[in-house]
Ligand binder design. Structure first.
Ligand code: DC
Length: 224
């Protein structure tokens, strides 16, 4: 099986790029952030303290997660319900960031992610895919962009969905989430030693997609 790991901070373009890449190569796209979001949603709905290993940990056995591809789009099912839309709410972004710092949560999701890569050719995006989940991935990309550009992208995305958002608040959230994700003790956001660093600040998403498809195809020629 072939695995392509795409890591980087929120808003660097990972999901758009990973999805396009998966389509181009006919691989399965796995958005691992959606799994952390689902747990953040469940813990929020159950009023658990999001940084409490006990409170969140004891909910985990009740959570059954399933990723299904419907017409080429990843849907997340939690206990039989499609939560793909709900997990995109801004407060769930922060909840996901908080629960993702818990070792119990990371361990819970580890096997699920590895099994997907054992059974399919995957383009998997997240924070620790190249470093922890799939350290033997044939191609690793670390995507980045400035916090301001990433907040602008998130702003446009949420406005297009008709949501009321404040740019300064989004920027503060981007920075807070970067800080949480990069400084947590377990599996922090960091570039794998053998990952290719791609800064998308100056690119449109289409340009970034083209650049990365090119890089990945060249790398795959070398390794396959
Ligand atoms: O990619 P995203 O914004 O949907 O991810 C939501 C949160 O989940 C993010 O703040 C950090 C966490 N996450 C993680 O810790 N490890 C991953 N592989 C993917 C996401």
């Amino acid at each position: 099986m072939v695995a392509i790991a795409i890591d980087g901070p929120a808003g660097a373009g990972k999901s758009t790029i990973a999805r396009a890449l998966a389509q181009e190569l006919d691989y399965i796209y796995v958005d691992t952030g959606a799994l952390y979001r689902a747990i953040g949603l469940y813990a929020t709905a159950h009023e658990a303290q999001l940084d409490s290993p006990q409170q969140v940990g004891c909910l985990l056995p009740d959570i059954k997660l399933d990723l299904r591809q419907i017409e080429g789009i990843q849907h997340v099912f939690m206990n039989g319900y499609d939560v793909s839309e709900e997990i995109r709410q801004p407060e769930i972004s922060m909840a996901a960031s908080k629960v993702s710092a818990l070792p119990e949560v990371r361990q819970f999701l580890f096997a699920l992610q590895q099994n997907l890569a054992m059974e399919n050719n995957v383009v998997m995006d997240g924070r620790d895919i190249g470093t922890v989940v799939l350290p033997a991935a044939q191609v690793k990309i670390f995507l980045t962009a400035t916090p301001e550009e990433r907040a602008r992208r998130r702003y446009r995305e949420l406005c297009e969905k008709g949501m009321q958002v404040d740019y300064d608040q989004l920027l503060a959230e981007v920075k807070q989430r970067d800080h949480n994700d990069a400084t947590r003790a377990i599996a922090p956001l960091k570039q794998a030693a053998d990952a290719v660093l791609v800064d998308t600040t100056e690119d449109t998403l289409e340009q970034a997609v083209q650049r990365i498809v090119q890089i990945v195809k060249e790398k795959l020629q070398d390794v396959l």
